[in-house]
Design a protein around this ligand. Structure first.
Ligand code: DX5
Ligand code: ZN
Length: 215
């Protein structure tokens, strides 16, 4: 069964605590927490203190997406703040294995993300050790962008690299009921959605619709 990870980036940031509680009640499977540093991507977002505070309002797992340079500097902070999964960008680091080991040393699951222009094959050497692959279906940095149509093909390629052990495939950016279908068909396990979950305010209906179900 597909999992939906609402991106908290699309929530009213003045109400984060109540919003994560509502998302849990509405059937969200995990909370996607986008960290941006103004260097790896143009935008800036949140630090570990906000994560630590939000944890008090939900039992859902926190899926931290580090869109930052030198992610190794931030891994200990987010791990201690309560991250369950920590994903960094392959494009932002020189030694992926070192960071994967660092994330695992804190007892967190480790993910690698690739931007739309990065080849699927770049992920292959790390499939023996990672827990999750985050495929960006928009350029990282902002919510509300249009899904890049070549993403399902990329998911299919990645799926072949992960045949031997369980590695989750997550897709992030421009997910709506239509693009969700293509990602699922291609083999995605987790869909990140900001705009599509928060639009109109009925989180339960929106989450079910992304899963291809109705209330
Ligand atoms: C983009 C972020 C996404 C984004 C998704 O850099 O990583 O998580 O919030 O937002 P939507 O669903 O609006 O494309
Ligand atoms: Zn994200």
């Amino acid at each position: 069964m597909v999992k939906i990870a609402p991106s908290i980036l699309a929530a009213d940031s003045a109400k984060f605590g109540t919003e994560v509680a509502l998302l849990e009640k509405a059937g969200a499977d995990l909370i996607h927490f986008d960290v941006m540093d103004g260097h790896f991507v143009p935008n800036i977002t949140f630090g570990p203190k906000i994560l630590e505070d939000m944890k008090k309002y939900t039992n859902l797992m926190f899926d931290v997406h580090l869109m930052v340079n030198t992610p190794q500097r931030f891994v200990p902070w987010f791990a201690k703040a309560g991250a369950d999964i920590i994903t960094f960008h392959l494009e932002a680091v020189e030694n992926c294995r070192e960071i994967i080991a660092l994330i695992h040393s804190f007892g967190c699951k480790a993910g690698i993300s690739i931007k739309p222009d990065t080849d699927a094959a770049a992920i292959k050497p790390f499939c023996d050790t990672i827990d999750l692959i985050l495929v960006m279906s928009v350029e990282p940095g902002f919510g509300g962008q249009k899904f890049i149509d070549t993403t399902p093909e990329k998911i299919r390629q990645i799926k072949q690299f992960t045949e031997n052990r369980p590695v989750l495939i997550e897709v992030d950016g421009g997910i709506n009921t239509e693009t969700a279908k293509h990602c699922l068909k291609a083999g995605a396990d987790i869909l990140v959605a900001g705009t599509a979950v928060f639009a109109g305010g009925n989180y339960r209906e929106n989450i079910l619709a992304l899963k291809g179900e109705k209330i």
